[in-house]
Design a protein around this ligand. Sequence first.
Ligand code: DHB
Ligand code: FE
Length: 291
Amino acid sequence: MAQITASVYTSHVPAIGAALDHGKTQEPYWQPVFEGYQFAKEWVAARCPDVVVLVYNDHATAFGPELVPTFALGTAAEFPIADEGFGPRPVPPVQGHPELAAHIAQSLIEEDFDLTLANRLPVDHGLTVPLSLMFGEQPVTGQWPVRVIPLAVNVVQYPVPSGRRCLALGRALRRAVHGFPAPLNVQVWGTGGMSHQLQGRRAGLINRAWDQQFIDRLIFEPEALAAVPTVDYVREAGSEGIELVMWLVARGAMGDLAGQPPPRLARRFYHVPASNTAVGHLILEDPEIRT
Ligand code: DHB
Ligand code: FE
């Protein structure tokens, strides 16, 4: 039986990818960011999963105003690296897991989640920057160490799904993965955030106190956190701070019920600034699994 062993949470700032791709990781501005992910790189190398279900948002790259799926699951065998205006990032294409993806689709849709199935999906920085942060540089002709099932959440075009819906999706995702007959080690990663606003009068907004409280509540009271309305994210964490609802999908996939111990905290990191964004990063492990 497949099992979700851990979840990872991270910002996906595009300039982090550019810093990596252009050899700037040791520059004073970037050094603390990459140092903050050193633990994660060692952690994941020591317990590399077979598959990552990577929850991210497409930034009007594969989708756009003409087509806005609320939740889209990547069911392809391979996902090309998108060209976001400067040519595709020099990283390997992403290998999918069509069998597990088809099983997840079946299970979630039978549980009444109206997924869009994406059989052709170029992936943008929302997906590739977390891979780079966790696995470091990879030769463009090489392969990522894991298979990836992209799960794209619309947080760009309103209305966007609620925190409550994202948490419920994560819980259903756990049931789906645990129903897959092959013995796969699966992690769920939630990306985006933390506080940031890229446009308008409040461009540059960062809210450290709100971000820290979000992390505390994500670990210890996800149910209450999931009740926070969308408008609160936008007001407190900026227009792009709404990306944080995607962290609730990954948290839901850890699956603890009220009264059970919370997942084991392996890593917590927070750093400002990285481009326009407060970088937040967390690793939660299943407390029942020895690592
Ligand atoms: C930035 C952050 C994002 O999450 C994004 O999608 C684009 C840009 C930034 O901080 O510049
Ligand atoms: Fe983003």
